[in-house]
Design a protein around this ligand. Structure first.
Ligand code: ARG
Length: 461
């Protein structure tokens, strides 16, 4: 076995077990594009600063370009026993171009190199996730617009509370995903600073120019302090937190889709493309897809807690513990990208069973609050008295086995004669929904206003 290129003081061959524990190549090979992009920028800067010759730079540039092509086209595998992706690519480059390859690591350490590669990966995927969030928001807004008159019981404690419309309910999720989008983009901006050139921890005596590499790689500027930079994994924690929060939103939506698909509701029907059968019960159509989206929150939460725990006791600067930062991020990113695509399809394809939703509005005396509000507004009663009178009206409706919106004026007045004729119209479920005219409320026109506002926001991006 050849001597490792990064083991000047290690004479014996590494034990097989050490390699198994130590090597990150089996998982960090997914960073090959970022590693090559970073090395090309670094080599360019070294040449611009006169630290390496034009000729060496040309060889490095061409060599890295060819390595990239060979990996992408399947001619070069990354399954060797190199310690990590950085050593694998540097080793391959040196095998191909000789001494020029050995000059690439001038004024650089794997500590700033890995900080760069990983940050590029996180930044690229932050954008990819944000794009998919926008697609989901668009879909939710469309379903909302189509259903601003589709009434359903709004709930608290999973008990019927007040009538709302399905569009309004979808706009609640669109609002969550908008916040998620802004959270991802906020992290993108906060972390868009270049780590390369920090070297091991203290900077370098070589006359480098970090602005050059920063510009070439699309960062806002070089980071401020090298000791912080090589020790910092906040960018990775941020994407993990952003994904965990987004998946929590997705999980709540999935939970509702599962509930609404149940026989007791039948408010929605998932398309057959997003439902699965049972191996024994031929009649079954199971909502496995939203169940999995709900279940995936477990792993993304775990990935966040795992990295927070890895980082919490580390002295500055780099420690090998930090190699544990990657697999969880890769897993969360993969989970987020797939889940967002699936959710988008599922929402676009589901059927909204308007009649079932509206039928459910006749259960639970959804307009009871309107009666209490009437007694306060029109009859000047203190709210607590109005609340008790309304309670008695609800009891009467229960006795008669009807919804309060179905009681006659005479029946209403048998409870309290201050209940006037105008109440009948107020107790109508749709009227009750449309009475909620306050800003951000559920009335159809207010819901459509929210739809317009999110559309304008989408167009402004
Ligand atoms: N594979 C390492 C990681 O992922 C790269 C950095 C190694 N740096 C070092 N000083 N050993 O963290």
């Amino acid at each position: 076995m050849a001597k490792k290129i990064a083991s000047a003081r290690i004479s014996a061959e590494s034990s097989q077990l050490l390699q198994e524990l130590n090597n990150s190549l089996p998982f960090d090979k997914v960073l090959y594009r970022e590693d090559i992009e970073g090395s090309r920028a670094h080599a360019y800067m070294l040449k611009e600063q006169g630290i390496i010759s034009e000729e060496d730079y040309e060889k490095i540039e061409k060599g890295l370009y060819e390595i990239l092509k060979d990996i992408e086209e399947g001619r070069l595998s990354l399954d060797g026993d190199d310690e990590d992706i950085h050593m694998a690519i540097e080793g391959e480059l040196t095998r191909r171009i000789g001494d020029a390859g050995k000059r690439l690591h001038t004024a650089r350490s794997r500590n700033d190199q890995v900080a760069l590669d990983f940050r590029l990966y996180v930044q690229n995927n932050t954008k990819a996730i944000a794009e998919l969030l926008l697609e989901n928001i668009q879909t939710l807004v469309k379903v909302a617009e189509e259903n601003a008159e589709t009434m359903l019981p709004g709930m608290t404690h999973l008990q019927h509370a007040q009538p709302i419309n399905f569009g309004y309910h979808m706009m609640a999720y669109a609002s969550m995903f908008k916040r998620d989008y802004e959270r991802f983009m906020g992290s993108y901006e906060r972390n868009n600073y270049s780590p390369i050139g920090c070297a091991a921890l203290a900077g370098t005596p070589h006359p480098i120019n970090r602005q050059t590499t920063s510009d070439k790689l699309g960062f806002n500027a070089p980071t401020l302090n090298c000791l912080d930079t090589v020790s910092d994994r906040d960018f990775a924690l941020e994407i993990l937190f952003n994904i965990a929060t987004m998946m929590m939103h997705m999980s709540r939506l999935s939970e509702e889709l599962i509930l609404w698909s149940a026989a007791e509701f039948r408010w929605i029907t998932l398309s057959d493309r997003h439902a699965t059968g049972s191996s024994i019960m031929p009649q079954k159509k199971n909502p496995d897809i939203p169940e999995l989206l709900r279940g995936k929150t477990g792993r993304v939460n775990g990935n966040l807690v795992a990295l927070l725990t890895v980082m919490k006791g580390l002295p500055l600067a780099y420690n090998k513990d930090m190699q544990e930062d990657k697999e969880g991020v890769f897993d969360s990113v993969k989970t987020a990208l797939l889940s967002l695509q699936v959710l988008n399809e599922m929402i676009a394809d589901m059927t909204v069973n308007k009649e079932a939703m509206e039928r459910a509005c006749m259960v639970g005396h959804l307009s009871a609050t309107d009666l209490a509000d009437y007694l306060v507004k029109e009859q000047g009663l203190p709210f607590r008295d109005a609340y008790h009178i309304t309670g008695n009206v609800v009891n009467l409706a229960e006795e008669k086995g009807v919804d309060i919106s179905e009681l006659s004026l005479a029946e209403l007045q048998s409870v309290d004669e201050r209940i006037g004729e105008g109440v009948i119209a107020l107790l109508d479920i749709r009227a009750s929904m449309n009475a909620r005219q306050s800003e951000g409320g559920t009335a159809t026109n207010r819901t459509l206003e929210q739809v317009e506002s999110l559309k304008a926001w989408l167009n402004s991006l």
